[in-house]
Design a protein around this ligand. Structure first.
Ligand SMILES: *[C@@H]1O[C@H](CO)[C@@H](O)[C@H](O)[C@H]1NC(C)=O
Ligand SMILES: *[C@@H]1O[C@H](CO)[C@@H](O)[C@H](O)[C@H]1NC(C)=O
Ligand SMILES: *[C@@H]1O[C@H](CO)[C@@H](O)[C@H](O)[C@H]1NC(C)=O
Ligand SMILES: *[C@@H]1O[C@H](CO)[C@@H](O)[C@H](O)[C@H]1NC(C)=O
Length: 392
């Protein structure tokens, strides 16, 4: 059974890919920073989320600014759903069942999501769906590197929208394009002081990319696995609710953990709804790791180890001890460029070069974020990948 699904998937993927051969890889880019030119669309604007406000009104400013873009995005999801199940029954189901599920979410997420639905005018079930989305369709590249002075630098490309509607006319993914206007930088404050910052999609209350200034940096990448998100999410829908949404865990770690080690322990030990990779950087030499998670366990911890010459850790969407899927090898090109950069040469600037090299940069890439923990710095850029460019 699993085998048949695998064969069909491989067939579909090969069919899609055959349109794009030869693979569009390129020499490692240099001099891409400061961002400009055709791979850079725009910088991301900042918003404050005041954690002292009640959860239902925290997102007001972001949502009222991004309302139209959120509605466009939701419409694109509705169109996709009715292309899939023509009667409109799928969205009907979402509108009826998911609001009930919303009530089972832990706070502050429940109240935040309800507040977002009210403010955006989008039905609650569809905002819940939008929040589940990221747990399923995210393919990414994340790197934590240590420079020769002991500074930790964390970079990531957020690639989103795989298989969600390919626009053959302008060679882009429909959902990825709709997401770009939703990218925001958020400054989460308590007592008028920054607790953490993140790059996010307006309307999503979990975290995929964030920094706790002077303490740690964190990104999450999806881990595909047969005992994967789909099973956990089905179980959750059917009422087995002991696992945590990955984006809620990363949010809660950014909000509440006070050191690299505390963050590491919580990311490794909390039971999850789906497998994931957590990429965590600390504020001191040697503090950078990739945590490979199953739903229940931490399977593996790969850490920076200068004695072994491992001055960076890098994760795409495959277990580091396995070869990446042959049609989706972003790991080798990214590592090649990191190796060419060398520990002496690594900086936010050169990290941006690595993340701008195709196919590390591809048609799914919505944004690039660069973080430096010691300066509390987070900057992000909305990306485009002009043709020729790999679809993922
Ligand atoms: C491709 O289409 C999307 C939405 O349909 C649009 O936002 C985007 O600007 C288009 N890109 C180009 C290069 O025309
Ligand atoms: C919050 O901090 C900002 C600058 O960081 C300041 O302009 C503002 O007055 C402060 N607000 C309050 C209520 O203290
Ligand atoms: C790193 O974080 C720890 C724990 O929060 C803190 O005690 C320490 O001062 C920080 N170190 C630096 C160099 O900022
Ligand atoms: C990069 O360097 C590491 C460490 O020397 C090595 O294990 C790896 O194979 C290299 N990768 C590439 C793609 O050059």
């Amino acid at each position: 059974m699993g085998h048949a699904v695998c064969l069909i998937l491989t067939y579909l993927i090969t069919l899609t890919v055959s349109q794009f051969v030869p693979p569009y890889t390129e020499e490692c880019r240099t001099d891409m920073y400061p961002p400009s030119g055709p791979t850079f669309r725009e910088t991301v604007s900042w918003y404050t989320v005041d954690l002292d406000l009640p959860p239902s009104s925290r997102w007001k400013e972001v949502i009222s600014d991004k309302k139209v873009d959120i509605q466009n995005m939701i419409q694109a999801i509705r169109d996709l759903a009715s292309a899939f199940v023509p009667s409109g029954r799928l969205i009907e189901l979402v509108d009826i069942t998911l609001p009930l599920m919303a009530d089972t979410l832990p706070n502050p997420f429940r109240e935040e999501i309800k507040g977002i639905a009210t403010e955006s005018g989008v039905p609650l079930g569809e905002i819940v769906l939008f929040n589940i989305f990221y747990e399923v369709f995210t393919v990414c590249t994340s790197v934590v590197a240590e420079d020769t002075k002991g500074n930790l630098i964390h970079g990531r490309n957020l690639d989103f929208g795989l298989f969600l509607g390919w626009d053959a006319k302008n060679k882009s993914w429909i959902i990825s394009e709709k997401l770009k206007p939703l990218v925001v930088n958020l400054d989460f404050r308590r007592n008028n002081q920054t607790v953490f910052k993140s790059t996010n999609f307006a309307g999503y209350v979990g975290m995929l990319t964030g920094i706790k200034p002077n303490t740690f940096t964190l990104t999450m990448n999806e881990r595909f696995n047969l005992d994967g998100g789909y099973i956990g999410i089905m179980e959750w829908i059917l009422g087995k609710r002991d696992g945590m949404w990955m984006g809620f865990l990363t949010r809660s770690v950014l909000e509440n953990a006070n050191s690299y080690n505390e963050a590491k322990t919580r990311l490794a030990q909390t039971k999850l709804l789906a497998p994931a990779y957590f990429i965590l950087g600390g504020n001191q030499t040697g503090q950078g790791c990739v945590i490979t998670r199953s739903r229940t366990l931490s399977l593996d911890l790969l850490e920076i180890d200068l004695k072994l010459g491992r001055w960076y850790v890098l994760e795409t969407n495959y277990d580091h001890w396995d070869e990446p899927f042959f049609l989706d090898n972003r790991r080798t090109p990214a590592m090649k460029c990191m190796n060419q950069t060398t520990q002496k040469g690594i900086s936010l600037k050169t990290m941006y070069n690595v993340l701008s090299t195709k196919p590390v940069l591809n048609k799914l890439t919505t944004y690039t974020t660069l973080m430096q923990v010691s300066e509390g710095r987070l900057e992000s850029y909305i990306r485009d990948c002009p043709n020729p460019c790999m679809p993922w």
